[in-house]
Design a protein around this ligand. Structure first.
Ligand code: GTP
Ligand code: NA
Ligand code: MG
Length: 291
């Protein structure tokens, strides 16, 4: 076989950190600072993942699910969708249990960390203390002589947001992220729900290949034909490339967060796969209730 044609793809970034350290605020700030006025949907759209444009050019994909039950489920099932973890530590609170959990998660997944020391607008902010606390967990930031990229930010005052995006782009360049867009799509379901008007809606991160309207897809025990693809900005797309988050409409049932999505050749094949998986699920459930 000829080797696959690999092309650069945007990094996929997850923001992690302790409760109330500002993960959601930072994601919202990054997105609103980046919204081009007049863009369909603007910041009112709330899908679990979105893309912004880096000041250094190119896109960055953020996943907005840490701490979520769905993300925990994805982690438990070994889904590895993240290229880079941004570790948010509040400068007034310092390293806390979920900070340590995030460090361990990134390490186990062999994903590089970027430290964002948040809330530096606060009068009681102690960024130096955060740096030395991180050392105890073997996270050595650049200003402490280490190699971990770091930036002091304020999600509230919108301080250093471009700097954070630049660091992500720099880290991504080192990772040399590539995917083949010219093949049947594969991806991961980030979240999924049953929408009263639209039926099952799955937010999917495309990892390889290009997903097209009309494709026959399977995800976990569910199948369907892609009826519509909707971007994070709320616009209808004909297709979605690697590292793009997209809402997929057209599933017959609602898949689960963490399910792998794949495009198959025809409906008969899709039914074969999903019938088998539905059976497996039933057998597992029966085995559980028998013990
Ligand atoms: P969970 O999702 O509950 O774990 O919290 P989170 O990490 O998403 O934190 P969130 O963004 O909800 O922020 C928690 C609180 O901190 C809110 O009251 C925010 O307004 C506040 N906050 C977030 N970032 C900043 C900041 O840069 N400066 C200040 N002063 N407050 C901030
Ligand atoms: Na919060
Ligand atoms: Mg939050």
């Amino acid at each position: 076989d000829a080797p696959e044609e690999m092309e650069p793809r945007p990094p996929v970034v997850t923001i992690m950190g302790h409760v109330d350290h500002g993960k959601t605020s930072l994601l919202d700030a990054l997105r609103s600072a980046n919204v081009v006025s007049g863009e369909a949907g603007g910041i009112t759209q709330h899908i679990g993942a979105y893309q912004v444009t880096s000041p250094l050019g190119g896109k960055i994909t953020f996943i907005d699910t840490p701490g979520h039950a769905a993300f925990t489920a994805m982690r438990a099932r070994g889904a590895k969708v993240t290229d880079i973890v941004v570790l948010v530590v509040a400068a007034d609170d310092g390293v806390m249990p979920q900070t340590i959990e995030a460090i361990n998660h990134a390490r186990a997944a062999k994903v590089p960390l970027i430290v964002a020391i948040n809330k530096i607008d606060k009068p009681d902010a102690k960024p130096e203390r955060v740096r030395s606390e991180l050392l105890q967990y073997e996270v050595q930031v650049e200003s402490m002589g280490g190699e971990t990229l770091e930036v002091e930010v304020s999600a509230k005052a919108h301080t250093n947001l471009d700097k954070l995006l630049e660091l992500i782009s720099l880290q991504a360049e080192l990772l040399d992220l590539k995917a083949n867009p010219d093949r049947a799509a594969e991806g991961t379901v980030i979240e999924a729900k049953l929408d009263r008007g639209r039926g099952p809606v799955a937010t999917v991160l495309v990892e390889r290949g290009t997903l097209h309207v009309g494709d026959i897809v399977v995800a976990g025990a569910e199948m369907g034909r892609v009826r519509a693809l909707i971007s994070d900005k709320g616009s209808q797309l004909g297709s979605a490339e690697p590292s793009m988050p997209v809402e997929v409409l057209g599933f017959n049932g609602t898949p689960e967060a963490g399910d792998r999505l794949a495009v198959v050749d025809n409906e008969a094949r899709a039914r074969e796969i999903t019938d088998y998986r539905k059976n497996q699920k039933r057998e597992k459930a029966a085995a559980r209730s028998a013990t």
